[in-house]
Design a protein around this ligand. Sequence first.
Ligand code: ADE
Length: 221
Amino acid sequence: MKIDILTLFPEMFQGIFEQSIIKRAIDMEKVNINLIDFRKYSKDIHHKVDDTPYGGGAGMVLTCQPIFDCVRDIKTEDSLVILLTPDGEVYKQEKAYELSKKKHLILICGHYEGFDERIRSICDLELSIGDYILTGGEIASMVLVDSITRLLPDVIATESHLNDSFNNHLLDYPTYTRPQVFEGMEVPEVLLSGNHKKIEEYRYQESLEKTRRVRPDLLDK
Ligand code: ADE
């Protein structure tokens, strides 16, 4: 998979793709991530990428031209163009699975006070990572890259994500490792029993109970 990230702040991504599972996926050539500073596409003599809003109001607004030209330059028939914006569809694990099957993602990070509404016309999808306002789409696009990359074939064992929270609309069951007792807290007896059927039932009940308590909205699905 190829992921192009259009951002005015490529330095923000430093380090994030150089650790752990994402680094391994890059090294294994499962994913190719490019940071594109779309300022270099600006035709303005001062390389401006924003302007004041028509009708007045606070702040600066990203202009169409640099982003349109950049997307036209890199887009192919395999591309899916995604705008990161707080007023987009809320990003969920199901969408991560869907996007992990695409060949090329183009992620557009908005910034400043907003972007020209016409930028939406070149996007296939608008995503928000939650009901809060970030300073820009950079952190949101890191969230997408991380959650999608781990789902790519052979990046982590398929088994590891089959039990993820949100699969089957349930939160994950609790896990334990050695020691059997830590500061008086014991590992549930059933996990030591070796009875796989009982363990499976215990885990399902725990998932259900936790989902009911913490995220009852998931059960409506
Ligand atoms: N840009 C600013 N806030 C955002 C959010 N919650 N999700 C995606 N992009 C954003």
